[in-house]
Design a protein around this ligand. Structure first.
Ligand SMILES: [Zn+2]
Length: 861
């Protein structure tokens, strides 16, 4: 699964015992009676794994056309029991009245639903084969029911909100699914379609028995979808979607099939294992809460990430390639070999990202890959790892109900950096050998990170356990420094040091590059920094450079020293990769109050607007400009700076040749503008729908422009109504209608909107909620919106319980991400002070989201 970046303008353990190493009977002896408690505790999971095997589900759902009508369902579970020492707990997080009858081994059993578990007494069970048959009303906690379509999304532990099951990743099972749906609907599931029967306005789909799946990967989607068929490699593949824009469809559909085919081919070759499931298939879902989700045979994607038109930027195209490769890589990493427990959920994510990068590297060439890797992963990883609320890559987890708190930038972005360092340390060939051995050994089953490290250790030149501890089990990053001594213009000594940015003493063994720049040439040097201090003897005797760029290949992780002598040559450095690395280091130093202040850095980046030509780099500095402007510049200073920044952007748009670069600059212009004249100019563009020459603006762009104009007080009273009239797609219309009150100039309307979010039913479309929150808490609204902060923080625990896995962090980010005032700072600090015993993972998420706010107290003048 993959998260999507919502606001491109804002930059935004312990080793678990490995079950696989122990034999079943060993565990059975040590397993104690699992108490009945809410969620899926590790204890319960360990017990069940020790006694249950060979699980098969037969599931039937009858889905009526009317969303208000209940879904009648039947689940038949067949499984083997090794012991009946304790009652059996099935997970079902619903009201008891939803369960109509329970038959165990053909005998009726009274329904006993306790703390989210259907409990079956030992007397009904027997060692060996058992069958449990349950007639019930499906729970709707994870069915994502809309008026004319629905889709399941069960990761990490939501299958149990819909049907009774053993909802843990290491009890893999086969699923035989029957769906009864309205005649005109279509459906997609993990298994191939066996047959379809239409009778009395109802269609019955029988799907073939699925391959072995963890419950979180069981999925189906059904509804008023359009369907197209194509080939992914040799697999006949169905694609369901609701998009109506023919320009997008005609362009995107063939591309989507091709990208999947290329990804599949790459992963089959790299792993040496043929595609491990019976069929391929995917569905595009409007306003999907993630970028994608890797259900075998029924991958779900956010529709807007798949369907691009001719106005798509390189960034959007890259993101789509990456997303598809990511979900496809999961077929091996996560789906075929699955983590034992969600402690290792990061493993499937890091492999999916890492492999996606690899597959795309071959398409774009090494330099481009290195640059993309750097700008994709490092700023996002630093966003969390620089904060007091950072988490290690691998985190402990006592109960699956808290699994959502494990997700975030560290697993999606620091982990790939770690993995690349690991691959460099081992060498690509040895690394691939180790990973292949691991996949082969655990195919169709489950494994843990220690299982992989043990295998890789055989192929590695150093002790991986020590290496693993600092990179995987601990948080943070090193501060790198150096001491250069020169005599007669020759280097006599060059010492590099590292120390942790915070916390206990530790070192990050890593390989990186630094480059010495001279007036007419440069020289890159590889450095293997294994300890706290390194005397780089090989440079002794070399001429003193004009300046030094640390981390010039962009693979080293930490806060790198910035040589101020570089500033005047910044945009003259030839390789885009080196410039990108410099930009990131400068920004990180600025945040730490070192080397350069926000105002000077904003000026330096503004100077680059008409000099930086690489699209990814231009996007990076535009993101930084936006961040410094809104987060680290006072409101008064912004008013002074805006006209100059607007002019620089507009001039750069005019001079720029590339349409994509023009568009990046235009988006920043739209984001930062404050002057009346800029507002008039943008209003004229929106009204006439005449984009500046060389820029293609899509319907989504005009929608976003209308919201910016409204936010900044454009006086046209019918602005938003007019925009609504221009949107024809019903899903996009309802999204726009939802966001509209959040940009209202009327405080009362905004207050009402905020209050409406207290109702869970108003938060179901999470991506819409987040977009609205961004406007509601925009820096320009800080004074009037700061009063929402205490309540928003109070709601966090409920958000975690009711929302999808990324929602708590995204909720906080959308709310706290752009505040800088002292009063906001005090509110967050008070909340943290008053909630000393708060859920530690949620507390950490608050610290992550409020990090810029905290830094702003020191940095904003
Ligand atoms: Zn993923």
């Amino acid at each position: 699964m993959r998260k999507t970046l919502l606001y491109p303008t804002f930059l935004t353990l312990l080793l678990l015992t490995s079950y696989s190493e122990m034999s079943i009977c060993q565990i059975a002896k040590t397993a104690t009676e699992p108490i009945v408690e809410a969620g899926v505790s590790k204890k319960l999971a360990e017990y069940r794994k020790s006694v249950i095997s060979k699980v098969q589900y037969n599931l039937e759902f009858t889905i009526p056309a009317q969303k208000s009508e209940a879904i009648q369902a039947r689940a038949v579970l067949n499984f083997q029991l090794a012991s009946i020492a304790y009652p059996l707990q099935l997970d079902f997080k619903e009201n008891p009245d939803k369960v109509k009858s329970v038959m165990v081994n053909n005998k009726p059993v009274a329904v006993q639903l306790l703390k989210e578990h259907l409990v079956i007494g030992q007397k009904y069970l027997k060692p060996g084969k058992n069958e449990v048959r349950i007639d019930f009303q499906a729970g709707e906690g994870a069915l994502n029911r809309n008026s004319d379509y629905l889709y399941t999304l069960f990761v990490p532990d939501r299958a149990r909100t819909v049907f009774p099951c053993f909802d843990q990743p290491d009890l893999k099972a086969t699923f035989t699914l029957t769906l009864r749906i309205p005649e005109q609907w279509k459906a997609l599931a993990n298994g191939a379609l066996k047959d379809s029967i239409v009778k009395d306005g109802q269609k019955t789909y029988h799907f073939k028995t699925s391959d072995l799946l963890s419950t979180y990967l069981f999925a189906f989607a059904a509804g008023d979808f359009r369907q197209t068929e194509g080939l992914v490699s040799a697999f006949k593949t169905s694609f369901l979607f609701r998009e109506t824009d023919t320009a997008k469809l005609n362009k995107s559909i063939p591309e989507i099939f091709t990208i999947h085919t290329d990804a599949l081919k790459y992963f089959q070759e790299w792993t040496g294992i043929p595609y491990p499931f019976q069929k391929f298939g995917f569905v595009a879902i409007p306003d999907f809460q993630f970028g994608g989700m890797e259900h075998p045979g029924a991958i779900q994607y956010k529709a807007s990430s798949l369907f691009l038109d001719n106005g798509a930027t390189k960034d959007q195209i890259n993101a789509r390639n990456n997303l598809i490769a990511h979900e496809t890589a999961h077929m091996w990493f996560g789906d075929m070999v699955t983590m034992n427990w969600f402690t290792d959920v990061w493993m499937k994510e890091v492999f999916a990202n890492f492999m996606a990068d690899k597959s795309n590297a071959d398409a774009g060439g090494t330099d481009e890959f290195d640059l993309k890797f750097l700008v994709d992963h490092f700023p996002a990883a630093y966003n969390v790892d620089r904060t007091a609320g950072s988490n290690p890559i691998r985190q402990d987890l006592d109960n699956l109900k808290d699994a959502g708190s494990l997700y975030g930038n560290i697993i999606y972005h620091k982990a790939p950096v770690m993995m690349r360092q690991l691959e460099r340390l081992m060498g690509a060939e040895m690394f691939q050998k180790g990973v292949r051995e691991y996949l082969k050994k655990f195919a169709g089953g489950n494994a843990s990170w220690p299982d992989l490290i043990n295998i890789l250790g055989k192929y590695a030149p150093v002790d991986l356990q020590t290496w693993n501890k600092v990179w995987v089990n601990e948080t943070g990053r090193p501060l790198i420094d150096y001491d250069l001594e020169v005599k007669d213009n020759k280097i006599t000594s060059f010492v590099i040091t590292q120390k942790p940015e915070y916390g206990n003493k530790r070192v990050w063994p890593q390989i990186f590059e630094l480059t010495f720049f001279y007036p007419n040439y440069s020289q890159e040097i590889s450095v293997q920094l294994s300890d706290g201090k390194l005397n780089l003897k090989e440079v002794a005797g070399m001429e003193k450079p004009s300046f030094i760029l640390f981390n010039s290949s962009g693979q080293g992780y930490g806060v790198w020293p910035v040589d101020t002598a570089m500033f005047k040559s910044l945009y003259k450095m030839e390789k885009p990769l080196r410039r990108a690395s410099a930009y990131i280091s400068m920004y990180e130093n600025m945040l730490n109050g070192k080397t350069i202040d926000p105002e000077s850095l904003l000026k330096l980046f503004t100077d680059g607007l008409d000099k930086e030509t690489d699209e990814l780099n231009l996007k990076l500095i535009n993101g930084y400009i936006s961040s410094i402007f809104w987060n680290f510049t006072s409101a008064a200073e912004r008013l002074k700076l805006a006209p100059l920044l607007e002019d620089s952007l507009w001039n750069a748009i005019a001079q720029e040749g590339s349409p994509n670069n023009k568009k990046i600059l235009f988006k920043t212009y739209q984001d930062i503008y404050l002057s009346q004249s800029a507002g008039d100019r943008l209003y004229a563009i929106w009204k006439s729908q005449q984009a500046p020459e060389g820029i293609k603006l899509t319907e989504d762009d005009y929608t976003s422009l209308s919201l910016s104009l409204a936010l900044k007080g454009q006086s046209d009273p019918s602005l938003l109504q007019t925009q609504l009239g221009r949107i024809s797609n019903p899903d996009r219309r309802s999204r726009f209608e939802f966001i509209q009150p959040a940009v209202s100039a009327d405080q009362q309307v905004r207050d009402q909107f905020f209050s409406s979010l207290e109702l869970k039913s108003n938060r179901t479309k999470e991506s819409n909620v987040l977009a609205a929150l961004y406007y509601l808490h925009h820096p320009l609204r800080q004074e009037s919106s700061v009063k929402y902060l205490p309540k928003s923080l109070d709601m966090l625990q409920e958000i975690q319980v009711t929302g999808d896995i990324f929602f708590p962090a995204s909720w906080l980010q959308a709310i706290l991400g752009s505040y800088q005032s002292k009063s906001a700072f005090e509110m967050v600090r008070t909340f943290l002070d008053q909630h000393k015993n708060y859920n530690s993972k949620l507390r950490a998420k608050i610290q992550q989201a409020a990090d810029n706010l905290f830094r702003a107290q020191r940095l904003v003048k």
